[in-house]
Write a protein that binds this ligand. Structure first.
Ligand code: HEM
Length: 394
């Protein structure tokens, strides 16, 4: 204990433990969906550990990268295949838990005051995670890695004035090549994980300050907490979290051992060839919906790009688009309908994203993209209707 006293005097660790764990109270009426934040952190830890082992054998060189992954790691290194499968499945599952975490926040109105900073830092984490996945996808230097990077970086060319120079700056050359690989490598293994760690800490701290939302949207007051109306995060709530994590890990490692192929595109087992474009280029499943929005406006590339950027950024503005005084979707019938249409549309766009954007599919993509935006643009209107109803005007 003397050591703890010594440390406490210098770093106030006891105070930190109180704020973050023992004296942090969560409401009683939260369901298992509130465990997804912790699940994201678990997957992040799995990705960090498996990533470090891959890093020991990976060669960030366009002539060596493909073999270092597909021969050295997969065949020569003991359990190299396990780390690679874990990392690839981990990246896919990360987005699954991230989407569920975001959808939970949207359904229960967790973006509303006083949680705007929680929402914005979460949104920054989503962008950082997307950049991490995108840069990491180039590293195996397979055909799909190469052409996905080539296609997406080409999009930046459309940015007025700076576009063409920006693309060369990102690629380090006129096309994706060795310089692009080393840039993406540096971002994937250094800068982005560092930023992810920093923003996760800020996100968690912000959750601790404002407290967790709940199914009904009411807030716990300080008095409520004193009267024991909340559950202490440590050890009571964490016991539930450990159960959820255990079940999740069984599911996760079932995928790693038996179903890993879903996370590894077969075309990526062909080495990158800048002279041969694959017949059909598409990103990993978690970017398909956004990719479909990009293709949805097939009659104008510029419009497609604007819509794509809009689809990625509009989520950040939810706290200001939705001005209804009611927080939880549980008590908002109109909002609930819109929410489920939005979820169905997101899945629809994800399916379409892998199909060729021709004929009927192209038109369906256009309709799906419009529906995607209707959810966000309808929010101010729904909010106004709800406000009128509350005031007894309807
Ligand atoms: C690396 C990514 C992320 C990590 C590690 C993370 C972690 C967490 C954790 C541990 C919690 C508390 C437990 C819980 O409520 O689930 C939380 C809450 C929250 N997160 Fe995240 N999160 C991430 C990304 C996001 C994203 C992308 C968003 C939305 C854009 C978001 C929005 C929220 C909100 C609104 C809450 C409060 C929820 C409530 O109280 O109802 N987070 N997050």
């Amino acid at each position: 204990m003397k050591f703890m006293d010594w440390l406490d005097e210098r770093l106030a660790v006891r105070q930190l433990v109180k704020v973050m764990l023992t004296e942090y109270y969560v409401p009683k009426n939260i369901n298992f969906l509130w465990s997804f934040g912790v699940l994201i952190m678990l997957v992040m830890a799995i990705l960090f550990v498996s990533g470090i082992f891959l890093l020991m054998y990976y060669k960030p060189d366009a002539n060596l990268a493909f073999d270092s992954v597909n021969k050295t790691i997969m065949m020569d290194v003991e359990y190299g295949w396990l780390f690679r499968h874990t990392h690839a499945v981990g990246a896919s599952i990360m987005f699954l838990v991230l989407f569920i975490h975001m959808a939970r926040g949207i359904y229960y109105g967790s973006y509303k005051a006083p949680r705007e900073i929680v929402w914005i830092t979460g949104y920054i984490l989503f962008i950082l995670m997307s950049a991490t996945a995108f840069t990491g996808y180039l590293l195996p230097w397979g055909q799909m890695s190469y052409w996905a990077a080539q296609t997406i970086t080409t999009l930046f060319e459309k940015i007025p004035f700076i576009g063409p120079d920006l693309v060369i700056w990102i690629r380090g050359n006129y096309i994706v090549e060795d310089a692009t690989l080393t840039r993406f490598f540096a971002l994937h293994v250094m800068l982005l994980p560092l930023l992810l760690a920093i923003f996760t800490a800020i996100h968690l701290y912000a959750v601790r300050i404002v407290g967790s939302n709940n199914e009904d949207g009411g807030e716990l007051t300080k008095e409520d907490k004193k009267k024991g109306k909340g559950i202490s995060f440590w050890p009571v709530f964490m016991a539930k979290e450990f159960f959820v994590m255990s079940v999740f890990l069984v599911f996760f490692f079932y995928l790693v051992f038996y179903q890993y192929k879903f996370a590894m595109d077969q075309i990526n087992f062909i080495p990158a060839d800048y002279l041969q474009t694959p017949h059909h280029i598409y990103p990993e499943w978690y970017f398909l919906a956004f990719y479909e929005v990009l293709r949805g406006f097939f009659f104008s590339q510029n419009l497609g790009l604007i819509a794509f950027l809009f689809s990625m950024f509009i989520v950040a503005f939810l706290p200001w688009l939705d001005t209804s005084p009611i927080k939880s979707g549980k008590h908002r019938p109109l909002y609930r309908i819109m929410f489920w249409i939005f979820v169905a549309d997101f899945l629809f766009l994800t399916i379409l994203g892998k199909l060729p954007a021709t004929g009927l599919y192209a038109w369906l993509g256009f309709v799906g993209s419009i529906v995607f935006f209707i959810f966000f643009l309808a929010l101010p209107i729904i909010s106004r209707i709800e406000k009128k109803r509350l005031a007894g005007g309807m």
